[in-house]
Write a protein that binds this ligand. Structure first.
Ligand code: ADP
Ligand code: MG
Length: 261
């Protein structure tokens, strides 16, 4: 699909341009032993687009995210980020991990470091930012996600929703080109889900390119430019959110939606 919207806001696809996709998967296959977890995945995400990935547990959504960040290797096919094939080991990989920010279901903060240190560590190490510059930017990012007042605390002193917002700030501190979210609210108590989703919606409004795996259909309807439905390692359906939620085409998608909505 070559469709590319010209603005990051939700709306009809209006224009095609020659800009390369920010993320492009071509013929991607991945096995875990006998299990074929990613089957001929073709997917493009353009700058400013918000792609929401849904599908039953075990359908390969996390593996897809992890492959884009090269936390998993693939057996076949190609993944490009901003036009470049994924690097091997070494410095190229650190650069990729900076360009592709990732927020996981579990909060993954460094438990023995303060919130502020969690956010400044990457920029200082990878971007060689000065302590002062890294801290100034970290505080601004923490303010953006509403947890600036937690900066001097340890992660364990924060609620799950606060920790997840710190994780978002930490990824943003690397100046990513694209953000991946793998079920970022699934491990949260219900009353904390919205504060994290709100921070994500704010990011979409700033034009961030995002790939979001989530079961939060309200978020998908509100924020997605496109929804991809995966089942058994395949992309079964790809549509704009209104079409996907009101008129799913496949039996698998209908069945999935009937259980989740
Ligand atoms: P989802 O995120 O959609 O729930 P996953 O990508 O986590 O799906 O998993 C897809 C399939 O691959 C599942 O059957 C899962 O059990 C299997 N799987 C995931 N990671 C591994 C691994 N490291 N080793 C073996 N099997 C795995
Ligand atoms: Mg998963």
């Amino acid at each position: 699909m070559l469709g590319l919207r010209t603005t990051p806001t939700k709306g009809p696809i209006t224009m095609e341009t020659a800009a390369p996709p920010l993320v492009e998967l071509t013929g991607v296959n991945k096995h875990f032993g006998a299990l074929h977890v990613l089957r001929d995945i073709n997917l493009t995400v353009h700058k400013g687009e918000v792609l929401v990935v849904v599908g039953p547990s075990g359908s390969g959504k996390s593996t897809l995210c992890r492959a884009i960040n090269r936390l998993e290797t693939i057996d076949e096919g190609e993944i490009r980020v901003d036009g470049n094939p994924l690097p091997g080991e070494g410095r190229g990989l650190a650069k990729l991990r900076a360009e592709v920010g990732m927020v996981f279901q579990s909060f993954n903060l460094f438990a023995h470091k303060t919130v502020l240190d969690n956010v400044t560590l990457g920029p200082r190490k990878v971007r060689r930012a000065s302590k002062k510059d890294a801290e100034t930017e970290a505080l601004a990012l923490l303010r953006r996600v509403g947890v600036e007042d937690q900066a001097r605390k340890m992660p364990a002193q924060l609620s799950g929703g606060q920790q997840q917002r710190v994780a978002i700030a930490r990824a943003l501190a690397m100046h990513p080109k694209v953000m991946l979210f793998d079920e970022p609210t699934s491990a949260l108590d219900p009353e904390m889900v919205n504060e994290v989703l709100d921070a994500m919606v704010a990011l979409t409004k700033e034009g961030m390119t995002m790939i979001v795996v989530t079961h939060e259909m309200g978020f998908a309807r509100k924020a997605a430019d496109r929804v991809v439905f995966m089942a058994d390692g395949q992309i079964v359906e790809e549509a704009d959110p209104d079409t996907f939620f009101t008129a799913p085409q496949s039996e698998r998608a209908k069945d999935f939606l009937s259980k989740i909505l």
